[in-house]
Design a protein around this ligand. Sequence first.
Ligand SMILES: [Zn+2]
Length: 242
Amino acid sequence: MSAARPPSRRELLAFGWFPFFRPKHISLAGARFRILRKGHSNRRYLVIHGNEETARDVLVRHMETHEGTGYVVQGNTRNVMVEGLLLDPNRMFSRVGAEASLRRLNRDAADASVHRALHVLDHGRKRLVHALTPPRGGLTFALHNNSESYSVENEVAISDRTSLREPRNPHAFFLCTDPRDFEVLSTSPYNVVLQQKAPPTDDGSLSRLAASQGFRYVNLEVALGQADRQREMVWWLEWNLK
Ligand SMILES: [Zn+2]
């Protein structure tokens, strides 16, 4: 395209040069994500649980100074609605995982309504998975918060490798799916587990999907409210994991 002739509207559209034409949201059932875009990095960021407010604040601030595409769930509840039923959004990445979550969270639901919800999820899952999968060589980095009931101790038995440098702070840890990322993260002063092989039971989580599809994924867990600690670990990863 020569500098003398301004690009046609068709050309602009073909090259996607109108940033305002790119969607600002992506949804799967009741899980609606705001899309934050900055630059052209192959990094993908995710906050999937609406009640994990520390993680959301840390990610939104982080993306002011770092390139990548971020997906931030809207709303303030952990679970989302699908066809009138509750669902943990980090269980919707497979049909079997979603069904287990729907049955657990909606004990009295009729089979027909569970199947209706699963049908809706089946319809839209591919699109969301595509958005959350990093480009070749890239990394998807998910930020979570936890409370007393969950820590790295829940993951040790089902992990391929572990590096527990901070056993007195089990709530703060990295979970990764790529052994090369584990090599790097385990040089940090933090707790790290590797889950490279997809666990035999498919819980529908994004980490399970990443392990089975073989893409690079890191999950950062920190206790809710510990923003400084979460920021510190995000920075450590950014500096050391390329
Ligand atoms: Zn979470």
